[in-house]
Design a binder for this molecule. Sequence first.
Ligand code: CXF
Ligand code: ZN
Length: 380
Amino acid sequence: MSSTVGQVIKCKAAVAWEAGKPLVIEEVEVAPPQAMEVRVKILFTSLCHTDVYFWEAKGQTPVFPRILGHEAAGIVESVGEGVTDLQPGDHVLPVFTGECKECDHCKSEESNMCSLLRINPDRGVMIGDGKARFSINGKPIYHFLGTSTFSEYTVVHVGCLAKINPLAPLETVCVLSCGISTGFGATVNVAKPKKGSSVAVFGLGAVGLAAAEGARVSGASRIIGVDLNSDRFEQAKKFGVTEFVNPKDHDRPVQEVIAEMTGGGVDRSVECTGNINAMISAFECVHDGWGVAVLVGVPHNDDVFKTSPVNFLSERTLKGTFYGNYKPRSDIPGVVEKYMNKEMELEKFITHEVPFSEINKAFDLMLRGEGLRCLIRMEH
Ligand code: CXF
Ligand code: ZN
């Protein structure tokens, strides 16, 4: 048993003291895991848009000081009371939405929206006792999405940890912890394109390109990438995107352009921007009779989806998904296996890498819209 079990660990963490201010690497104290909790040594984390969104805290409940980060990979250091399916040394991916395995959602084959551990960005404490496990000089530092992976050690509810193959390279499968599973799952679990079909992907960031990767491995023959930034088209070719449409190049709605390109519409579409007009276009660009559109991007609070009901009566289907419909503990280990069996590619999503001490550079890259995923290597 390691000497840290049951002890407070002092380690480095990147603390967001205030909205929009650079993170500061601080020495924090990390309390031992309580009942149903696990303390995890983080080895790799990567920056996802959601971290930046809650760091900026525009129009949201600000929760500071806080340790952000949710896309990561690590190793179990110790487990709290009642944790039976994980032990020190296990390799895990923390996930921002959990799977308690006991609620109605977890028991349903059709849902991954666990009632107990569903995402709650306003919560900065553990669900067990309502307290933070991080502190500096006795003052609490709050959690984020139940994961807070911008720390050398973090405490996570057991229901938010996927135990994965110990042979999987943590620096690569790290990206399955959020964005890539979200996009890939939206296509393979929800849109389910048939071999030889056509798929439109709106938004060619990491999530959209993961949706395209899902279409590629499903054997789609036409993958149409839609983005307002034509600079993204070259990179998207690596992800199987075969054709590009920049809505700015056309003086009519992009759904009309796509309908014309495809003889009536695409078989499937996946919307990964969160822009309300892109969502409407993504729905209206699918073929009548069988087309399915899947919404992934997160809209603004006051957005309203408006379309003619006739689009439904003519047998188009609109769906939405959360975390690619994956149940974190039950399904993510299998996605890691898919990568291990070379049934999906992950390396191409990781375009940058920085050491933990330079984590603010990862924020700069994302704010400039450069690259897909910036891997942050912990420096234990
Ligand atoms: C998102 C998914 C939709 C709600 C906010 C968080 N996932 C992670 O980045
Ligand atoms: Zn994320």
